[in-house]
Unconditional design. Sequence first.
Length: 247
Amino acid sequence: MLTPNEQERYDRQIMIGEIGPEGQEKLKRSRVAIAGAGGLGSPIAIYLTAAGIGMIRVIDHDRVELGNLNRQILHWEEDIGRRKVDTARTKLRNLNPAVEIEGFAETITETNVSELVDGCDVIVDAMDNLPTRYILNRCAIEKKLPFFHGAVKGFEGRAMTIIPGETACLRCMYRGPVPEEKFPVIGVAPAVIGSIQATEVIKYLLGIGRLLTNRLLIYDGLKGAFSEFTVNKNPNCDHCASLYRKE
Ligand SMILES: [Zn+2]
């Protein structure tokens, strides 16, 4: 199923015992929705494209601004004013033309979210605001699609993987106030967290390794330290509890 070109391109990762040619074919058959083409979405999309995912759908309503360029590495100075999904498509196609790249320039809402991720195997949370993360979390639970959460602020970040019907969800973990809209970020923070999210997606699609389920991984770039917190399913969670009661 892999062409000679693909065998050469993915040679180093096919060499990994847990991947092999079968694993590479699994990646090629996979379809990933990335919600957000900003600081997190950039490294996630780049690494998943480089790894040979079959189809990547980038969802982002925004256009590129100068103030994005310190961290949103899919977008360059020449892209200012372009729709982020268009610049993402250009860059990702140039990186790996074998990957099908779809760009949906839509604002994610409760009404359209189900349609936006339709046909994808997993959803990656590369958003910058909690209300949209909740919309995605609920949709992932309803559609029983794995959901890969990531968030950054300053030099810090966090990541967690959610398997609906099995693990704690984003809402189980956090029910506090919605943080302020504009927050500080240095580009290396989403680079670290986005790479972890992409790793989780690859592990899930291949069925290998130990996922970040029921545990929140916290990265502190200034301390150069990772820490981890256990997250328990909330039996009264207003997003996911009904899923468990039904079963
Ligand atoms: Zn929950």
